[in-house]
Structures are given as structure tokens and as C-alpha cells.
Design a protein around this ligand. Structure first.
Ligand code: ZN
Length: 378
């Protein structure tokens, strides 16, 4: 027998199978890419992304936001500026043991005050509270030539504020049954939130996204999609400060600016608020005058970044009426979602938004000023 044609045929088969496999993978990627690009087109800051880093430790907590450009040289300079600010704060905060939840806090936020084809001006605002003893705000302006990546020295600052109205939506659900509200904080994220939305759609599950106003500005199309697909958009402040450290004016700005950004996209201001770090007091409650929603199941996903751990915590702690805390800015969380939904629905759970859950439980029912809190925060 002549083996030559057989071997040639085998090689040919292997080759074509490999090609088809590769094409399939590339095809999927392309689909995802073009999907994401349509979001970027709508952004107030084309060619820029926003990075958010949030950390919670016993001694201190921090929220840091910074932009990412298409220029590696600029990104490296911004990163080293951020690292320096962070390090300075850690050094101070670690010296002091917090009492009565008065942990030290760093909020490092920014504004893009000028953006053209050639120049970007970024004003960083560093707000630090060292164990309630010392509070200070410092502003830093960083200017870059977008073509060369070189830093330019100059000054300018100014921020805008806005107000908005509150509106509630109603829907009727049977009181019998087992319900959970899954919540995602700190997004939207350009890639992970659309992925999570796909998974939720597959399971016909509704969730609540507690978004940060400064990220909403970057990814309005993602917020629009989440809202259009029946999910709730909640308010998680503009830049993730500890609300109890703010003046009434700053507090209103954090909440109203975010509400306004969401309302501009969805036509509806968020009905519920989740305070950063779960921290609030009577003063905050009174000023916000809207339901404050914390959680009963904390997946600690931001800390361990382990999908098996996320699943385990949810499996062991979820009950009827649970509000589950996750973050849509971690890959491990997005990866855990599919099997969490499969498992919980096999146990008879239905996935509703926070406002729907509150209605079912007749707990706060979105009455202005009423507070819903599943668990006191430590
Ligand atoms: Zn958060």
C-alpha cells in the first residue's frame, strides 16, 4: 500500500482543523473587540480608559482613580506619581491604630480639565484622613503632550456640579418564593461588565450595579445596556470616598453628580445608594434622604480574587432575602458568576434587583429617608 497520499491527507486534515479552531477563537475576539469599541465611541473621553483601585484593610482604606492613555510613556509617569502618593499615605496610616471605625482613608481622584489631539491636562486631588486626626486635600496638575508623551509644566483647575431628581419604578413579584439580590460595586468595567451582563442574560437573572459616577462617564453605553436589560443602576458615589468624612456640600456633590450622570443615560436617577465601605451615620442618612443598601453576604472577592472562594462564600451564606456583594471589576468574580447562578437557581432562588427585593420584603419600599441595612458594617 502506498502510504504517501494517506499521510498527506492526514496532514491536510490536521492543518485545516487547526485553522478552523484558530479562526473560531479570533472570530470571537473580534466580536468582543468591536463590541467594546462602540462603547468607547460614546465616551466623553475617547482614547482614554479609567482605572480604579480600591483597598480595604483594618488600619486604612483607599480608592484611587487614574486615567490610562494610548501612550505608554505617559502611563508610566502617571503610575509612578500614583505609587508615590499611595506609599506616602501607607507610611502615615500604618503608624496609627484606628479606634471606633475611624480608619484612615485615602481618596485619590482626578479630573481631565483639558483634552485635545495633542494635549491632556489631569488634575489629581489627594484627600487624606489620617485616623480622623488630620484631614488634608492637595491638588496636583499633570500635563502631557499626547504625541511625544513628554510632561509639560503649567496650571489649571475647575470642576462642575449638578442636581437631579429622584424617581422610582414599580414591579410586582409574588411574595412566595426565594429571592436574592446580587450586587456589583465599583464598575462599570469596559470588558467585565459586558461579560457579566451576558452571563446574567443567559440565566434570565436581574442584578444591581452600584456604579461610580466617574466611571459612568467613561462607559455610558454599558450603563445603558445594563439598564435596558432590566438591571438596577444604584449610586455608589462619584469617586468612592468614605461619606462620613465629607462636608454636607461634598456629600451632596458625590451623590447628585453620580445620579445626574446615570439619569442622563437611563432617564432615571438611581433609587438606592450604597455608601463606599458601607460607611454611613445619621448625618449621611438625613442628607441623602434615600434608601441606603448594604449587604448580608460579603464575597470578599476584591481581596482573594479567587473564583472558587467566591462560589464557596455564596454557597455557604446565601439565604432567602440575601443581598450579595461582589465587584464587577475583577476577572475572578466574572468567572464565578455562571456557576453561582446555576447552583442557586437549582436550589430555587430567583435573582431580582435590590429595589424589587425591598418591595417583596416590604422593608424600605423606596420611601425617602428609610434605611435598609441587611447587616451592620464593621
Ligand atoms: Zn465600593
Amino acid at each position: 500500500m502506498n502510504w504517501k497520499p494517506v499521510i498527506l491527507a492526514l496532514i491536510f486534515m490536521l492543518f485545516t482543523t487547526a485553522c478552523v479552531g484558530k479562526e473560531k477563537a479570533e472570530g470571537n475576539e473580534k466580536k468582543v473587540d468591536s463590541h467594546i469599541q462602540t462603547y468607547v465611541k460614546e465616551s466623553r473621553y475617547p482614547n482614554m480608559e479609567i482605572e480604579t483601585e480600591i483597598g480595604e484593610y483594618d488600619e486604612y482604606k483607599y480608592a484611587i482613580h487614574f486615567p490610562r492613555t494610548k501612550q505608554d510613556e505617559i502611563n508610566t509617569k502617571i503610575k509612578s506619581f500614583i505609587d508615590q502618593q499611595k506609599q506616602d499615605f501607607f507610611n502615615q496610616a500604618k503608624k496609627i491604630k484606628p479606634k471606633n471605625n475611624d480608619f484612615s482613608e485615602l481618596l485619590l481622584d482626578y479630573d481631565i480639565t483639558h483634552l485635545s489631539d495633542t494635549l491632556v491636562s489631569i488634575v489629581f486631588t489627594n484627600n487624606q484622613n489620617i485616623a480622623k486626626k488630620e484631614s488634608k486635600e492637595t491638588k496636583y496638575t499633570l500635563n502631557f503632550d499626547l504625541n511625544s508623551g513628554k510632561q509639560i509644566i503649567s496650571n489649571d483647575t475647575e470642576i462642575l456640579s449638578n442636581t437631579t431628581t429622584n424617581e422610582n419604578k414599580s414591579s410586582v413579584l409574588a411574595p412566595a418564593g426565594k429571592y436574592v439580590a446580587i450586587t456589583f460595586d465599583d464598575g462599570p468595567h469596559d470588558k467585565l461588565t459586558p461579560y457579566i451582563l451576558d452571563v446574567l442574560k443567559k440565566h434570565k437573572a436581574k442584578a444591581t450595579f452600584y456604579v461610580l459616577g466617574n466611571r459612568v462617564e467613561y462607559y455610558p453605553e454599558i450603563v445603558k445596556r445594563a439598564f435596558d436589560e432590566g438591571h438596577e443602576i444604584g449610586n455608589h458615589s462619584w469617586s468612592h470616598p468614605k461619606l462620613t468624612n465629607l462636608t454636607p456640600q461634598e456629600l451632596r456633590k458625590q451623590i447628585y453628580q453620580t445620579s445626574s450622570a446615570v439619569a442622563k443615560i437611563t432617564g432615571t436617577a438611581p433609587a438606592t445608594i450604597r455608601p463606599p465601605y458601607g460607611a454611613f451615620n445619621d448625618n449621611v442618612k438625613q442628607i441623602l434622604n434615600r434608601p441606603i443598601v448594604n449587604w448580608s453576604v460579603d464575597t470578599l472577592d476584591w481581596k482573594h480574587k479567587n473564583k472558587e472562594m467566591v462560589k464557596k462564600i455564596v454557597r455557604q451564606n446565601t439565604r432567602n432575602g440575601s443581598i450579595i456583594l461582589m465587584h464587577d471589576i475583577h476577572t475572578s468574580t466574572a468567572q464565578a458568576l455562571d456557576s453561582i447562578l446555576t447552583e442557586l437557581s437549582s436550589k430555587g432562588y430567583q435573582f431580582v434587583t435590590v429595589s424589587q427585593l425591598l418591595e417583596i420584603e416590604d422593608n424600605a419600599n423606596s420611601v425617602a429617608g428609610k434605611v435598609f441595612m441587611n447587616k451592620p458594617t464593621s
